[in-house]
Design a protein around this ligand. Structure first.
Ligand code: SAM
Ligand code: SF4
Length: 356
């Protein structure tokens, strides 16, 4: 249980975190677990080894880190994983984080609390998520063909995810669909057009993502999976009207408005077009590693300080703040991802362990 002490109002706002390129950090992706009830072929191996439970931050530790970031001007927290909704008692954390959304109660306050999910548990949790103050969720959906979906996720049920998305929309959540473009699987005209039409009918924006070389995914080959989004965008533009839009999400996606859908289509293309310049995001893994960039190995351990003995029973956040600030100054202008014939991974950790 998160106690009153842990959910106390934030202290007055100290300085903001600024990286070595002068960018003020405004967005935290917080991973709450590396575990998942699916096994997407581009994300993890068929039989992954999950982290020992004692290495995973407790809900109290996750909340403390969040408060610290918010007190330093973080405006958006996106909860992710693994699959965040499989984390036991996650709603307790979300309810406490929802309390940071109330600007009147705190000197520094959170503007947006969001979640990325595979959708399998959304039917159960959608209303509670709304109740916690969440208004937008991203849901991963790589195919509307149930066989392809089951193949890509190694056994997932498309019907369950679709029911989850419907429940989220019914609960009042805005849903954005994430789709990883995979060569020879979901990038044919039929699949893509079906997804665009379906998202239009549901009123969901859609973001395509280029597969990134992260970690060991067993027998799957990155080079076989990779499909350039420059190509996908060209192909979509031949059949759909893509209009310019000023819409931005503070990350590496570039958006276009699709006239027929009446929705935005985003493209995250780290390999073919690098849009890292304006990135103001950092990530904290479920073990408390802070990574200033998804595509770099360098990071800093926060768990060691979170679990360090406290002097006179008093909690001091200054050492933690100093470490965060120092790691963030090392945020580079862009990532180091490459997918080439050598099959080397851009970074050694998988996406589920990093918090995608
Ligand atoms: N389980 C949740 C989900 O699937 O939405 C949240 C975590 S998942 C790691 C976050 C996002 O990362 C998903 O949209 C997923 O498709 C994407 N992803 C995972 N591995 C990836 C990879 N190697 N390259 C690109 N995107 C990846
Ligand atoms: Fe699980 Fe999300 Fe990774 Fe798929 S992409 S295996 S749903 S963590």
């Amino acid at each position: 249980m998160l106690t009153n002490k842990e959910t106390a109002p934030l202290p007055s706002a100290p300085s903001r975190f600024v990286d070595g390129c002068g960018r003020t950090i405004r967005y935290l992706r917080l991973s709450v677990t590396d575990r998942c009830d699916l096994r997407c072929r581009y994300c993890m191996a068929e039989r992954p080894t999950f982290l020992p439970k004692q290495d995973i931050l407790t809900l109290e530790e996750l909340y403390r880190i969040s408060c610290l970031f918010v007190s330093h001007g973080i405006e958006t927290i996106r909860i992710t994983g693994g699959e965040p909704l499989v984390r036991k008692n996650l709603m307790e954390l979300l309810r406490a984080l929802g309390g940071l959304l109330d600007a009147s109660a705190h000197c520094a306050s959170l503007k947006s609390l969001t979640l990325t999910s595979n959708g399998t548990q959304l039917e159960r949790y959608a209303e509670e998520l709304f109740d916690c103050g969440i208004r937008r969720v991203n849901v991963s959906l790589d195919s509307l063909d149930s066989e392809t979906f089951s193949h890509l996720t190694r056994g997932g049920s498309l019907a369950i995810v679709q029911a989850g998305i419907d429940a989220a929309l019914k609960a009042g959540l805005q849903v954005k669909i994430n789709c990883v473009a995979l060569a020879g699987t979901n990038v044919c005209e039929q699949e893509v057009d079906r997804l665009l039409s379906w998202c239009g009918e549901k009123g969901c924006d859609l973001t395509f993502i280029e597969v990134m070389p992260m970690g060991d995914i067993g027998n799957e080959k990155r080079l076989d999976q990779f499909y350039p989004l420059t190509e996908l965008r060209r192909s979509i533009a031949q059949r759909w009207t893509l209009e310019q839009t000023a819409y931005r999400s503070g990350g590496p996606a570039r958006y276009t408005r699709c006239a027929e859908m009446g929705q935005n289509i985003g493209f995250i293309s780290p390999l073919t077009e690098n849009f890292c310049d304006g990135c103001t995001r950092v990530r904290v893994t479920c073990t408390g590693m802070l990574y200033p960039c998804l595509g770099q190995e360098s990071g800093g351990d926060l768990r060691e300080l979170l679990r360090a003995p406290q002097r006179d029973g008093m909690r001091s956040d200054s050492a933690l703040s100093d470490r965060i600030a120092s790691v963030i100054t090392k945020k580079t202008r862009g990532h180091d991802f490459v997918i080439d014939g050598s099959e080397r991974a851009g970074v050694s950790r998988t996406m589920n362990a990093t918090g995608g």
